[in-house]
Ligand binder design. Structure first.
Ligand SMILES: [Ca+2]
Ligand SMILES: [Ca+2]
Ligand SMILES: [Ca+2]
Length: 324
C-alpha cells in the first residue's frame, strides 16, 4: 500500500509539474508588473538636477491629497504635474504646463548653515518638454518684455516657486537648487510673488520654527476650473496663468491637527502684504480646484477641519491667524 501511495504521489507530482511551472512564471510576471507599476507611478526626474537625496524623515504628503497626476519626489517637496488628462471635465484633455499641487514639510531651522550659493537658473524637464507637456524659458519670455523699458519688472509673469528655495535650503544646497524647476513653478505676477506671497512663505517658515514641523499644500486656482490667460506663443509649450494661488498650512496638535488655508489672487499689488485677509476654508479650495485634501484622516475629522474659517469677517480672520 505504502509503496503504491508513494508511486502515485510521484506520478501525480509529475503530472502537475507543468502546472506548477506555469504558476511560478505567472507569479514572476505579476511581481515584475507590480514593481514596474510602482516605478511608473513615480516619474523619473530629468538629468539637469543636482543629486536628489530623499530624506525619509520628511513626510511631504503625510496628510494626503488626491487625485495625483505625474508625481515627482524631490528632497524638499513632492509635486503632481498636470498630464494630458481632462482637468475641467469637458471631455477634452488639457495641458496646463504647471503642477496641480505641490506638498512639502518644513522643519524647524536647526541652524545648520547651508553655504551661500548663486541662485540657480530655472530648469525645464527635458522629457516632458519634448512631449509638449512642460514649458521652457521661451514660454516665460513671452511675459519677459525685458527690452521694454516702459514695463517695470514687477508687472510681468515670472516662474513663482510653490516650494520656496529658502525653505528647501534648510535641507541642503542640492535641495534648494532643485526647487528651480518647472515642476515646482506656476506663472505668478512678480509683484504678487515678491509681495504678499513671499510674506506668507516667510510666515510659514516662522511657524515651522515655532511648532517644529508644519506641512504645506500649494498650487494654482482657476476660477471655473478653466484657464483664461496663457503664457507661450506660436509653437511654444503653453503655461496656464492661475487666477489665484492656494496655500494650506497644517500643524500637528496633541489631539489632531490645526490648519490655515488661503486663496491669494494672482494680482495683489506689492504694497499689500496682508495675507490674513485671504484666509478661507479648505472646502472652498477643494470646490475651486477639484482636489481633496487630508485624505489620510478619517471622514469626521476631515469635515470639521475643512469647514473652518469659511466666510469670516476680516477681524475674525486676523484673530484666527494671530492665534498661530
Ligand atoms: Ca491633471
Ligand atoms: Ca491635464
Ligand atoms: Ca478639458
Amino acid at each position: 500500500m505504502d509503496s503504491m501511495f508513494c508511486l502515485l504521489t510521484k506520478k501525480q507530482i509529475m503530472e502537475i509539474r507543468p502546472l506548477i511551472e506555469r504558476m511560478k512564471s505567472i507569479i514572476t510576471i505579476s511581481v515584475t508588473l507590480m514593481i514596474f507599476a510602482n516605478i511608473q507611478a513615480q516619474q523619473a526626474p530629468g538629468t539637469r538636477y543636482k543629486e536628489i537625496k530623499i530624506d525619509s524623515t520628511y513626510e511631504h504628503t503625510k496628510w494626503g491629497v488626491e487625485p495625483t497626476d505625474l508625481i515627482y519626489n524631490f528632497a524638499a517637496y513632492t509635486t503632481s504635474f498636470d498630464s494630458d488628462d481632462d482637468n475641467n471635465n469637458d471631455g477634452v484633455g488639457d495641458l496646463w504646463g504647471i503642477p496641480e499641487w505641490v506638498a512639502f514639510e518644513i522643519k524647524k531651522d536647526t541652524g545648520q548653515n547651508t553655504p551661500k550659493y548663486n541662485r540657480p537658473k530655472w530648469m525645464t524637464d527635458d522629457s516632458l518638454n519634448t512631449q509638449g507637456k512642460a514649458p521652457n524659458d521661451a514660454t516665460y519670455a513671452v511675459s519677459g518684455v525685458n527690452a521694454l523699458k516702459e514695463v517695470s519688472s514687477d508687472s510681468r509673469y515670472v516662474r513663482g516657486h510653490m516650494c520656496p528655495k529658502n525653505t528647501a535650503d534648510r535641507i541642503s544646497m542640492e535641495a534648494g537648487y532643485n526647487t528651480h524647476t518647472i515642476l515646482n513653478a506656476v506663472p505668478q505676477l512678480q509683484w504678487q510673488n515678491n509681495g504678499i506671497w513671499k510674506s506668507l512663505e516667510n510666515k510659514s517658515t516662522d511657524w515651522a520654527d515655532k511648532y517644529n514641523r508644519v506641512w504645506v499644500f500649494s498650487g494654482p486656482v482657476f476660477f471655473n476650473k478653466t484657464p483664461a490667460v496663457w503664457l507661450g506663443q506660436n509653437n511654444e509649450v503653453k503655461a496656464a496663468v492661475p487666477d489665484a494661488l492656494f496655500k494650506i498650512v497644517i500643524r500637528e496638535t496633541n489631539n489632531g491637527i490645526e490648519s490655515l488655508a488661503f486663496i491669494i489672487p494672482n494680482i495683489i499689488p506689492k504694497k499689500n502684504k496682508n495675507f490674513k485677509k485671504y484666509l478661507t476654508s479648505i472646502s472652498r479650495i477643494e470646490d475651486l480646484t477639484g482636489l481633496t485634501f487630508l485624505t489620510n484622516l478619517n471622514a469626521n475629522i476631515q469635515s470639521v477641519e475643512k469647514s473652518k474659517h469659511l466666510n469670516l469677517t476680516d477681524s475674525k480672520k486676523r484673530k484666527a491667524v494671530n492665534k498661530w
